[in-house]
Write a protein that binds this ligand. Structure first.
Ligand SMILES: *Cc1c(COP(=O)(O)O)cnc(C)c1O
Length: 367
């Protein structure tokens, strides 16, 4: 159906295809955690989480407590791991039965104190280890001290231990990744020898799942793969982008040689050109990097470069060579003109362009 405004179409059949493809790469007993942080990578967290719940995903993960609360309020009842919680939200986290990543002694002790106040028993928590990303997580030498704390109380129960790969998509970094995998294996052995909780273990994100099948452990965590991107040509061809971002031509202008276009007169026409104004701008996720000829959209299957500066609510594109009319449909990205290639035109990656999609853009769910 021809669109009459800017919309993000989300295809749940493609999500199902991606979920099943990733599942086909796992041992039958390996659990799947679906990462639905950042509004399910800019799509629609409530819809995606509920649909994955229907598909019997084992776990969900969000970054922050507020994201987990939104999902609980939307009817999600399966376990939700909060990847980057802050102590100030631990009471709320418990109120909504969310499961924290505890990544250092500060949050571990804060969590036990709050869970004790709230009279919790065996509350499920997840302990993260740093194996080389140097972002979040305990060092391996903290295992003695962690297990001393967790063994001596029945307030919390360590449900899983995990770590995160730094360069799983980069095959030039295989040695580094193998080193992370070896370190995590040792952490798992040492932790399970000392802990009375016997947690399960997980390490890989989407590229880790696809590139390091020997490192799946008990569960895998997939985000970008579910949304249709594999971080390489080989893997992406097995996946289907779930989102299509489209818009319409609001107005067409003819600009004479010497006249300018848009803010700061960033473009001065060197000949007569035709431009189309489209209702999507940097407030919608199309950053200014896409302007001045870098990015392009598709109109009637033809490439129309984004010219001049990207405005807050609008872009202008060059349609001098394209036969089109006001009201015609514009594709920013879809299954064949992918978000990943659109992102490349502004020197960025699929993750950034899709998660930037503004909340004010209407979502249309197809299933
Ligand atoms: C975001 C995130 C993931 C998902 O990564 P993808 O590359 O999108 O599959 C997995 N694990 C952690 C810890 C994350 O923060």
């Amino acid at each position: 159906m021809k669109t009459q405004e800017t919309v993000l179409e989300i295809d749940l059949n493609n999500l199902k295809h991606n979920f099943e493809f990733i599942k086909s790469r796992l041992q039958p007993q390996t659990k799947i955690l679906a990462v639905v942080k950042a509004f399910a990578y800019g799509s629609d967290a409530e819809v995606i989480a509920n649909y994955l719940q229907e598909l019997n995903v084992d776990y969900l993960a969000v970054a922050y407590v507020s994201e987990g609360i939104q999902l609980r309020k939307a009817g999600v009842h399966i376990p939700i791991l909060v990847l980057h919680p802050q102590s100030v939200n631990f009471k709320l986290l418990i109120d909504y039965c969310l499961e924290p990543n505890l990544y250092n002694f500060r949050v571990l002790n804060d969590f036990i104190a709050i869970a004790t106040d709230l009279k919790q028993n065996n509350y499920p928590v997840h302990i993260k280890f740093n194996t080389g990303l140097n972002r979040l997580g305990f060092e391996a030498d903290a295992i003695d001290a962690i297990t001393e704390i967790t063994n001596s109380n029945d307030i919390i129960k360590v449900t899983s231990i995990f770590s995160h790969l730094a360069a799983s998509e980069d095959l030039n970094e295989q040695d580094f990744t193998q080193q992370q995998i070896r370190l995590f294996k040792k952490i798992k052995t040492d932790f399970n020898n000392l802990s009375t909780d016997k947690p399960f273990a997980h390490l890989t994100n989407t590229s880790g799942i696809l590139n390091y099948p020997e490192a799946h452990f008990d569960m895998v965590r997939t985000g970008i793969g579910l949304y249709g991107f594999g971080n390489s040509k080989i893997h992406s061809k097995n996946l289907k982008p779930i989102a299509t971002l489209k818009s319409i031509i609001s107005q067409i202008h003819t600009i004479q040689k010497g006249e300018s276009l848009g803010y700061n007169r960033a473009l001065i026409a060197d000949k007569t050109i035709k431009t189309a104004t489209i209702p999507i701008g940097h407030a919608d996720g199309i950053s200014r990097q896409y302007g001045n000829g870098n990015g392009f959209v598709y109109i009637n299957q033809q490439k129309a470069p984004i010219i001049g500066n990207v405005c807050m609510d609008m872009i202008m594109v060059d349609i001098t060579e394209i036969k089109c009319n006001e009201g015609d449909e514009v594709t920013i990205y879809n299954g064949s003109h992918t978000a990943s290639s659109f992102a490349k035109s502004a020197n960025t990656i699929s993750y950034e362009i899709i998660t930037a999609t503004s909340r004010r853009i209407k979502r249309i769910i197809q299933r």
